[in-house]
Design a protein around this ligand. Structure first.
Ligand SMILES: Cc1cc2nc3c(=O)[nH]c(=O)nc-3n(C[C@H](O)[C@H](O)[C@H](O)COP(=O)(O)O)c2cc1C
Length: 150
């Protein structure tokens, strides 16, 4: 289904997908996720991110405490990817989506409240909201790389 959602001052057209429970559970369980971005020319960048949160059925937040190139990339190219895995079970996924960077408003406030509930001293610079539109299994085997959302 094509869904239009408004942000503070602009619209993004994106086909959102529900994050399945198994994907959500692994995202929440792993300490770190790999966050891939690219600049407007497509030059890639990947960083580990610890502070992360499921925002709703179709979106996650990655919390910006130290992002530099990552933030610049998000601001000039909204296409991003988050990958996470359990090295013991080999369960692994990647979620692709469109990123929106927030420095204020409800999404920023929700991320700030989350991080400060764990560490009150944290004063995050911003929130990267990712609206998910593709999810793939990365489990090794014959189905590696298979898209799991329709
Ligand atoms: C284990 C680990 C966890 C990290 N977690 C976060 C995080 O939650 N938020 C953040 O902004 N940076 C985090 N960083 C820092 C980023 O990985 C990275 O250093 C930062 O974004 C600067 O790189 P960039 O210029 O490519 O953006 C973490 C780094 C490590 C090594």
């Amino acid at each position: 289904m094509l869904i239009y959602r408004s942000d503070l001052s602009f619209y993004i057209e994106v086909i959102l997908v529900n994050i399945p429970d198994k994907v959500r559970n692994l995202f929440e369980k792993q300490d770190l996720v790999a966050f891939g971005t690219a600049d407007k020319q497509g030059i890639p960048n990947v960083v580990p991110i610890f502070w992360k949160k499921i925002l709703d059925k179709e979106s996650v937040i990655l919390i910006d405490n130290f992002m530099d190139m990552t933030k610049n990339n998000v601001l000039e190219n909204k296409n991003v990817c988050v990958s996470f895995w359990d090295a013991e079970t080999n369960e692994a996924y990647k979620m692709k989506g469109k990123a929106v960077y927030h420095t204020e408003g409800p999404v920023y406030d929700e991320g700030k409240e989350f991080i400060q509930s764990k560490d009150p001293k944290k004063d995050p610079k911003g929130m990267v909201e990712i609206k998910i539109n593709e999810i793939y299994s990365l489990n090794p085997g014959s189905k590696a790389g298979e898209k799991i959302n329709s």
